[in-house]
Design a protein around this ligand. Structure first.
Ligand code: FES
Ligand code: FE2
Length: 378
């Protein structure tokens, strides 16, 4: 984000904080409880995600030619590699023989040897060696290979399409938000790993917990609310995506500082809601990524939480500090947000009430649900 834009946003956020106000939607909005519980909606949601470009990680997870990383996306095992020409490729991480995962974790390798019977693939996915070759007369070395998925690096992130042969147009998907996302650089910061939450909540309920800060004073009273304001958000939408700016408590100190001396990014958290299932949380020190997937039933979801840092992790104490911050953020989401909404999911499934109410002060929540509903109707 350029400096002028950041100053503008800071001015907006400061005014909201000073006025004890928040950006408001035009009206309240209601959604059906069944959106979170019905099998039919769940199948439509799954189809929506399968058809959408999927942000799966930071470009810094593939730092140089020969690097690879593995991901689980919508329950599918995906292998990404940076080939010798520097381009990114993605494959189903599924062996041609009996479907073992060919590789796990991340690292650097020219070849991947399946742990089961040692069929071997190069990092462009081609099958290059089969022990006991006479057992497989129809297998063709160098022309057979892993199933390739469309892949791209864009705006600092790794993207895949989950359907082989699909078009992956991330530029069209992100529209005008692409440059802004890229400008933070969080996708090029050092990755700190992945933490997974397998939760008894609908995937949209998981996303909802990131869509407003109205709950900070209550749910996060002793954690986030000690540094960030509650029920105070600047909201902007970009097609199906949106951005929330959460002011920190320190923003009020700017009242006494001339604008040209502002260090604006020390007073904000910026949250991006990328359609349909991605949350990015950007601060001066952390580039958090939440990839949220529907599970095998409406009341189950998988959240993959990642974080990146601009700090130099070659210093051991710095690296330990960065991990501690990541663990703190993760524990807060797990023990405060997700724990609370587990009982909410149970209420939805009980049928006690047939709808939920989204306030005017929850424009991000309204926007997420309207974007999903529009896509599903289309
Ligand atoms: S399943 Fe991979 S070599 Fe047999
Ligand atoms: Fe929260």
């Amino acid at each position: 984000m350029d400096h002028d834009q950041l100053i503008d946003l800071t001015r907006r956020a400061l005014k909201l904080a000073r006025d004890k106000s928040t950006d408001l939607a035009a009206g309240v909005h209601m959604v059906d409880a069944a959106d979170y519980t019905s099998t039919e909606r769940h199948e439509r949601d799954r189809a929506l995600l399968m058809a959408s470009p999927q942000l799966v990680g930071y470009v810094s997870e593939l730092p140089r030619p020969g690097a690879y990383c593995t991901k689980t996306v919508m329950g599918r095992a995906v292998l990404l590699s940076r080939t010798s020409d520097g381009s990114v490729k993605a494959f189903d991480n599924v062996c041609l023989h009996r479907q073992s995962q060919v590789v796990t974790g991340c690292g650097t390798a020219k070849r991947f040897t399946c742990p089961y019977h040692a069929w071997t693939y190069d990092n462009t996915g081609r099958l290059v060696a089969v022990p006991g070759r006479e057992g497989f007369p129809d297998v063709a070395l160098r022309s057979d290979g892993l199933t390739e998925l469309p892949a791209a690096e864009y705006a600092g992130f790794l993207w895949v399409a989950l359907q082989p042969g699909a078009t992956l147009d991330v530029a069209a998907h992100l529209g005008p938000l692409a440059d802004e996302l890229d400008s933070w650089g969080i996708g090029r910061w050092s990755p700190l790993g992945e933490k997974v939450l397998d939760s008894p909540i609908n995937w949209k309920l998981a996303v909802d917990t990131f869509s407003e800060n109205y709950h900070f004073a209550t749910v996060h009273r002793d954690t986030f609310a000690t540094i960030a304001r509650s029920n105070c958000t600047a909201f902007d939408s970009y097609g199906p995506h949106h951005r929330l700016v959460f002011p920190l408590n320190t923003i009020l100190d700017l009242d006494d500082v001339p604008e040209e001396r502002w260090d604006p990014f020390h007073n904000l958290v910026v949250i991006y809601a990328l359609f349909p299932n991605i949350v990015l949380s950007v601060t001066v020190a952390n580039g958090e990524l939440f990839r949220i997937y529907p599970g095998d039933r409406p009341g189950r979801s998988i959240t993959v939480h990642q974080n990146s840092t601009p700090l130099d992790l070659s210093d051991e104490s710095v690296a330990a500090g960065a991990q501690a911050v990541f663990e703190y953020a993760h524990a807060t989401v797990r023990d405060e947000d997700y724990r609370l909404v587990e009982a909410l999911q149970a209420n939805l499934e009980s049928g006690a009430r047939d709808h939920l109410l989204f306030g005017r002060n929850e424009p991000g929540l309204q926007h997420r649900h309207l974007s999903w509903a529009t896509a599903i109707a289309g």
